[in-house]
Design a protein around this ligand. Sequence first.
Ligand code: DC
Length: 223
Amino acid sequence: MALPSFIIVAIDGGAASGKSSSSRILADRFNLLHVDTGSFYRHITAELLRRDVAPTDLPALRVALAAMQFSTRLCGRSAQMLIDGQPAGDEIRSQRVNAHVSHYAAIPEARHALTGYQRGQTDVARQHRFRGLVMEGRDIGSVIFPDADFRFFLHAAPAERIKRRAAEGGQDSIAERDRLDTSRKTSPLTCPAGAVDIDSTHLTLAQVVEKMSVIIATKLTPA
Ligand code: DC
């Protein structure tokens, strides 16, 4: 079978479903750029909170978003978003950002502001000679790259996800974020038709990655 010269792997799923851990391992295994789009939404949320722009104040939100310049730098194999040249700080994983991010992410203007930037990560991956990219989020296989070579949807029972997040030492309103992310009108979290749906409740991370790797390896020889 002819190998595609550049592959796109989309991984969607709810909070703490194992997207980040599995996509980082896949990035290493197949020489892909790792793109965590949740960190992009977290970064703009932290920035909007810092500027005191409420999600309900649409005019101010539009002005603030239009003025933000997005660029990318590499952090190992991961794409790190810079806003006006500045990387995100640790606060993007704070309880405050956890509590607000889904509210900003539900606003079409905020999603629109990031759409082109997310798709443009293919250029970053090509420039840095990766064999493709693995992008994780909520709408990657449905909206950002509906034609991705591989689309996975990860889910796990809520109790298991809360346990995993607690083991990481994080406090997160997982159920509330999932409720907001699945019920919003624009690009809701959903398993797109044709995506490979993986229930990781009773699987180890290694088993999840193995399932994905076997599927990817049908088209791509490991680097
Ligand atoms: O992946 P994460 O939990 O760090 O994502 C944080 C939030 O960002 C999530 O609750 C919803 C939003 N998000 C989104 O709406 N679309 C994406 N592609 C990625 C994240």
